[in-house]
Design a protein around this ligand. Structure first.
Ligand SMILES: [Zn+2]
Length: 426
């Protein structure tokens, strides 16, 4: 009974169009050019590196796309147990109509076949359609002009890591001056520049502000006098500024962003817990890890102070999921958001989503986002999530709690589709 029920619920979930509320898609170049773009995704390069492939064979300007694919395919016998590998298999079948596993004998033919399919001028539309996507959120640098694409389909999101954590860099300061036409010389002009960024993004249909945050960061309100001194120090001394001034300026800017979210009624996506550069010799984007010492108690002041700012929260690892579930359970402004990075594998999704489905108000759960860099990944990643969601709804709601099948399906659609539209106002 359970298997058939699961598959009926999955089919229903799989039939509805929805929005992907967090990706790293480049709206001007959203799809892959060839298999090297697809297998160059860090989920594959880091696994191949971890399984023994030298970094110099992956990251080397002298390697052609075909050489890179041949090298990675050669490592598939060590990776074919992973869920990331199964995304690739499902993508080949569902998007490209290729149903044979890639190996040393066939990879070059498949490379050529997929390359010609990817070159089709309608490819991006085909991917949107097959993936049932209505739109995807972007991750835009604060100085992105947001020109040249349909912002209803590629929805801007103001990414603010550079402003909060890298304002000491002269490059960040000059980018900010340039894109706002404001000469940032003190706290007041910094405030004006930040307000102008929000104005620009909101005018271009931005639906969220977002940031990824290291585990030791604890937002707090900084008094004006202290902020004046910190910002002056960063503007004058750049990276040589005193580290206490850098921390105070970070906290000040973060708080200012939250104020602007309040004024512009934008949700503030917090992606909490990433330690950058833990494995310094890792491949590109395969260097960062989580740190179990992070706690949402560090955000107590923020959540209490900004009662009417919605904070969709992603945590990097399942160990923080119970805290997130509990915070979303009692704070009206805390929303659970997707299954990020190291918790984006079926075992952790099932555990984490199961806890949320049974304990967090149903209108406060954003089920999933792909976090993809190329459009081809939405279909297999969302398919993974929908299968787990169907399993949880079948087992924990229909069987264990005697919900009707249609009530369970409605709940699934709300978590997969409706909540991201209502929370972000799409
Ligand atoms: Zn991301």
């Amino acid at each position: 009974m359970s298997l058939e029920l699961r598959s009926r619920i999955f089919d229903e979930l799989n039939s509805i169009p929805f929005i992907d509320p967090h990706t790293h898609i480049n709206a001007l170049n959203p799809t892959s050019k060839n298999l090297a773009d697809i297998l160059g995704y860090h989920y594959y390069t880091e696994l191949a590196h971890s399984a023994g492939l030298q970094k110099s064979k992956i990251e080397n300007d002298n390697i052609s796309s075909k050489e890179l694919v041949a090298t990675l395919v050669d490592k598939f016998d060590c990776l074919n147990n992973t869920i990331q590998y199964s995304w690739f298999v499902e993508m080949l079948a569902e998007l490209f109509g290729i149903n044979e596993p890639l190996d040393a004998s066939n990879w070059e033919n498949i490379f050529d076949d997929t390359e010609s399919q990817l070159a089709n001028e309608n490819w991006c539309d085909t991917v949107f359609e097959k993936s049932k996507l209505k739109g995807v959120f972007l991750t835009n640098d604060f100085d992105d002009s947001l020109e040249g694409f349909d912002t209803k389909k590629f929805i801007p999101c103001l990414r603010t890591d550079d402003l909060v954590f890298h304002l000491a860099k002269p490059e960040t300061q000059s980018r900010l001056n340039k894109c706002t036409n404001i000469d940032v010389v003190d706290r007041a002009s910094l405030d004006s520049a930040i307000a102008k960024l929000f104005e620009h993004f909101v005018s271009k249909n931005a639906k969220a502000c977002a940031i990824s945050i290291p585990p030791d960061f604890a937002p707090e309100q900084i008094v004006d006098g202290r902020a004046d001194k910190a910002i002056e120090s960063l503007l004058k001394n750049g990276l040589d500024a005193d580290s206490a001034d850098k921390v105070a300026a970070s906290k000040y800017v973060f708080w200012k962003l939250a104020e602007n979210c309040h004024e512009n009624k934008l949700p503030f996506d917090l992606m909490i817990g990433v330690n950058r550069g833990v494995f310094a010799e890792g491949v590109f984007q395969g260097q960062d890890l989580y740190d179990s010492r992070v706690s949402l108690i560090q955000y107590r002041e923020l959540f209490n102070h900004f009662a009417d700012v919605t904070f969709p929260i992603s945590v990097l690892a399942s160990v923080t999921n119970q805290e997130l579930t509990s915070y979303a359970w009692i704070f009206p402004n805390v929303v659970t958001n997707g299954h990020w990075w190291y918790s984006n594998t079926p075992t952790f999704i099932e555990h984490d989503a199961g806890a949320r489905l049974e304990a967090v108000p149903r209108n406060k759960q954003i089920g999933y986002y792909s976090d993809m860099y190329k459009m081809e990944f939405a279909l297999p990643k969302f398919a993974m999530y929908k299968r787990i969601l169907a399993k949880l709804l079948a087992e924990k709601f229909v069987i264990d709690r005697s919900w009707s099948e249609s009530a369970a399906i409605d709940f699934g659609k709300q978590v997969l589709r409706d909540n991201s539209e209502s929370i972000f106002g799409c």
